[in-house]
Design a protein around this ligand. Structure first.
Ligand code: PEP
Length: 253
């Protein structure tokens, strides 16, 4: 199955007008892969003003609310994100699960709202270190998916991408080995196939996230079930982000 690779840069709560400029200028044409940039809400419009002409580059938000509008001070709806150029939203990131107490019920509601508004969703899952050390990661990830995206109908799945992000690898410099990533991505694909059938499972892109960089991206992206990456720290350096995009291009050939 030929799945177009994705490289998505999650800037998290980083950036400023002066810091964003070289990052935006550094992003080159995606050329056969999809490049997604996810800046903080306040910079979405101006980042998109600069990047919307670059082929293969798309805009993502890092979060959204589950309602379309209303008295929700400080929140941003999926419709607003679409309005400023987003085609994607990242949901289920472990930082939001931990610091904003986002549980499966809320994440499912947000996912449904985003899809209904016409956004595509990068849905994150991942296990903490103690689960990995106890060798329970497969059950943990299957449970995260069963409580959320696996309840969605087959028709939604062409708008969904899964990101596997082992929490012990996020921002730690400790990357999952290519073998660990492949094993988990194959497990995720099988879990999706068991729930929804092989047509859905074979087409869905599964991204790896966790200390990915230009040096390890080629091996990770060469794994048969790794369809690209969700990139944190390395997305904040133009040279590193481009190096990872190059790895996606090379491993797509
Ligand atoms: C992330 O948080 O999505 C991530 C992958 O971060 P990093 O690349 O910095 O580990």
């Amino acid at each position: 199955m030929n799945r177009k690779k994705i490289v998505a840069g999650n800037w998290k709560m980083n950036g400023s007008r002066s810091e964003n400029a070289p990052l935006i200028e550094g992003i080159q044409s995606a050329d056969g892969v999809t490049v997604i940039v996810a800046p903080p809400f306040v910079y979405l419009s101006e980042v998109w003003d600069a990047l919307s002409g670059t082929p293969g580059v798309e805009l993502a938000a890092q979060n959204c609310h589950a309602e379309a509008s209303g008295a929700y001070t400080g929140e941003v709806s999926p419709q607003m994100l679409k309005d400023v150029g987003c085609t994607w939203v990242i949901l289920g990131h472990s930082e939001r699960r931990e610091y904003q107490q986002e549980n499966s019920d809320l994440l499912l509601a947000k996912t449904k709202a985003a899809l209904a508004a016409g956004l595509k969703v990068i849905f994150c899952c991942g296990e903490p270190l103690e689960i990995r050390d106890a060798d329970q990661q497969n059950d943990h990830i299957a449970q995260q998916l069963r409580e959320t995206v696996l309840t969605l109908p087959e028709a939604d799945w062409n708008q969904l991408v899964i990101a596997y992000e082992p929490i012990w690898a996020i921002g730690t410099g400790r990357t999952a080995t290519a073998e660990q990533a492949q094993d988990m991505h194959a497990h995720i694909r099988k879990t999706i196939a068991d729930a929804l059938g092989t047509t859905v499972a074979d087409q869905v892109r599964i991204l790896y996230g966790g200390s990915a960089k230009p040096s390890n991206a080629p091996e990770l992206f060469a794994q048969p079930d790794v369809d690209g990456g969700l990139i944190g720290g390395a997305a904040l350096k133009a040279a590193d982000f481009n190096g990872i995009i190059e790895a996606a291009k090379t491993t797509s050939k």
